[in-house]
Design a protein around this ligand. Structure first.
Ligand SMILES: *[C@@H]1O[C@H](CO)[C@@H](O)[C@H](O)[C@H]1NC(C)=O
Ligand SMILES: *[C@@H]1O[C@H](CO)[C@@H](O)[C@H](O)[C@H]1NC(C)=O
Ligand SMILES: *[C@@H]1O[C@H](CO)[C@@H](O)[C@H](O)[C@H]1NC(C)=O
Ligand SMILES: *[C@@H]1O[C@H](CO)[C@@H](O)[C@H](O)[C@H]1NC(C)=O
Length: 390
């Protein structure tokens, strides 16, 4: 087992100071927490008829909200001893130095998102959207379209964005203010204090699973995806509802299945993985990270497995590794098109809503395209003939 806290080497003489500091922070957290309870009633229940989960009656532990700050994870100096380290691209070096770090302070938190751990089974589909601080416009449009918190066929969808921090100095502070303003208004952001880079995506996923384990352990199903996808969440709910004998307590992991591939060894690629990061030439089967669906059971299993699997920076492959270790298999779903939508004929509008009614997920949409498409596919007068089959 990999020790979760190996990264946090603490100098002895700092311990006493820290203890004093922690007591202070803890008191602060409790005070903030009490305020939060009041906020919860006022802010998160805008119109009582749309919110059924009784946010205000949950008994949260006293230490409910933000974790006290702890010493930042120090780099692993021995990581630099690996052959050829100095010739690796800077972001790969950075990854190796901080690979062991798995605990980061939370800057934004929404412990009541699922109505508390006990009520979390009332959440049928939790939309877990990977975003970055600066992607404000994307989040705004998702809040109004496919990621809107609502019921479909009597089943609840809830939304959470998962993000780190961007930039340094004043830029970082300003972006953090934006995220706080957004979260005060929408109560839908989990933010941790780590650099939100491509190679930290696996870290982001693990931190989310850790949060879920604590605050939303019984959510039935999850959509895990990027903030630039177009998802037909109503189709998703119907598809998941149709899973016979699986109410989220059995295995499900489906999306754009990728098999028989291995690490890309070209340094110029965004996905470049040198042998110093992974020696094996093989990746397990996995689903493209643009978006995939999984059950609560499978999310919990992946979290369990993650404790003993070294971080690989490619997050979707890492999920595949966790599945493989648990003896579970990812599956392919016809309606998940993270590689884009192939529309056979020419001279047609590739954004015609009829192509998007049957799919459940497509990658790479701009915010304005999402806004138009969502409204068009919901139009009851939309008539689609056989011409639009894919
Ligand atoms: C790594 O190199 C440093 C000096 O550059 C040395 O002090 C350390 O012992 C080395 N670690 C290992 C595990 O070889
Ligand atoms: C991941 O985040 C940590 C904390 O901010 C940072 O030290 C590290 O450099 C980041 N890793 C990469 C590969 O960006
Ligand atoms: C985060 O990344 C920035 C560059 O974007 C870098 O200057 C900063 O040191 C990094 N922070 C950590 C904690 O690694
Ligand atoms: C995860 O591990 C814990 C204890 O190690 C166990 O109680 C639990 O059943 C596991 N959950 C899953 C879904 O494997």
């Amino acid at each position: 087992m990999l020790n979760l806290r190996t990264g946090m080497k603490m100098k002895k003489h700092g311990l006493e100071k820290l203890a004093v500091l922690m007591t202070g922070v803890l008191c602060l957290v409790i005070i903030m927490n009490n305020n939060e309870f009041e906020d919860v009633e006022d802010v998160t229940s805008p119109s009582k008829d749309t919110y059924e989960i009784p946010y205000k009656h949950i008994n949260l532990p006293k230490s409910a909200t933000l974790q006290p700050s702890f010493p930042s994870c120090e780099q692993d100096v021995n990581a630099a001893n690996v052959t050829g380290f100095s010739k690796l691209p800077h972001h790969v070096q950075d990854f190796l130095l901080y690979r062991h770090c798995r605990e980061f302070p939370m800057l934004q938190e929404v412990p009541t998102k699922c109505g508390g751990p006990k009520n979390s089974a009332d959440v049928f589909l939790l939309l877990v959207i990977k975003s970055s601080p600066e992607n404000y416009d994307r989040r705004q449009v998702l809040r109004k379209t496919w990621a809107k918190e609502q019921q479909h066929k009597g089943l609840w969808m809830r939304r959470i964005f998962i993000i780190g921090t961007s930039g340094t100095g004043f830029d970082k502070q300003r972006l953090n203010k934006l995220v706080k303003l957004e979260n005060d208004e929408n109560q839908d952001i989990l933010q941790w204090d780590f650099n939100d880079t491509f190679f930290n995506l696996t870290l982001k996923q693990i931190l989310f699973l850790q949060w879920m384990d604590r605050w939303c352990p019984q959510a039935r199903f999850l959509l895990n995806g990027d903030d630039d996808i177009f998802a037909n969440t109503f189709n998703m709910v119907e598809y998941l509802q149709g899973q016979e004998g699986n109410d989220g307590s059995k295995h499900l992991f489906t999306g754009h299945l990728i098999q028989n591939v291995g690490p890309i060894r070209h340094p110029a690629s965004k996905y470049y993985i040198p042998v110093q990061v992974q020696e094996s030439e093989r990746y397990p089967p996995y689903c493209g990270g643009g978006g995939f669906l999984l059950s609560g059971f499978t999310a919990r299993t992946i979290y369990n497995m993650s404790h003993s699997i070294t971080i690989l920076p490619i997050d979707d492959v890492y999920m595949g590794m966790c599945l493989e270790k648990a003896g579970l298999h990812p599956e392919s779903h016809f309606g998940v098109r993270t590689a884009g939508l192939y529309i056979p004929s020419q001279n047609v509008d590739t954004f015609h809503p009829c192509y998007y009614r049957e799919i459940i997920l497509v990658h790479r949409f701009l915010p304005h395209q999402i806004f138009v498409m969502w409204n068009e596919i919901l139009d009851p007068n939309l008539k689609c003939g056989a011409d639009f089959s894919l």
